[in-house]
Write a protein that binds this ligand. Sequence first.
Ligand code: GDP
Length: 179
Amino acid sequence: QAPNPRGHYQFRVIVLGDAAVGKSSLLRCFAEGTGGEDVGTATPCPIIGVEFYSRTVPLSPAGKAKLQLWDTAGQERFRSITRSFYRSVVGVLLVFDLTNRASFEHIPEWYCEAVGDCSPVFMLVGHKCDLVAGRVVSAEEAGDLAATLGKAFVETSVRGNLNVELAFQTLAGDIQRAL
Ligand code: GDP
C-alpha cells in the first residue's frame, strides 16, 4: 500500500451489509461525486458478480488516495468468491439501514466475516438517515456498537448526499494512518 512518488495511494475498499440497506446507492452516490478532478467511474464486472467503482479523494494534510470500491451484489450467492477479495481489502464500510432493526443486529456477523482474513480498517455506517419517521435504531445504540467494535460511526443518506463524502474520506484517512 505504499504511495507512488507523488504521494498517491490506492486503497481497496469493500461495502458489506444486508441486502437493500443501500450499499449500491451509497457507492454510486460517492463515485458520481461532485465533479472536478475527483470524478469516479463505475465499471460493471458481470463475470464475478461484483461491481467496481473508483474515485480519488484528497488526504489530509497532503496527498491523494484512489479508492477502489467493490460492491458485492448478491453476497449470499457470491460469498465464496468475495472471500478471496477480503485478503486484499484495506477498508470496510459496514452498512445498516437505520429503519431496519435486523440489518443493525447483523452487523457483528458482517464484521466477523471480514475480520477473519485480514485486518482492514472499519467504519460503521447507519444509512437512510433521511427517513426520520421510520427510524428504529437510535444514534446512541449505534454509537455504542461502534465503540464496542472500536470503530467510527457516521449516518448517511443519498437523499441530499448527507455525509456520503465524509464517510469515505474519513475511512481513507483512517486507512492512511493505520498503514
Ligand atoms: P443494496 O441491496 O444494499 O445495494 O441496496 P440498494 O442500493 O439497492 O438500495 C435499496 C433500496 O433503498 C432502494 O430502493 C434505494 O432507492 C433505497 N435507498 C438507498 N439509499 C437510500 C437513502 O439514503 N435514503 C432512502 N430513503 N432510500 C435509500
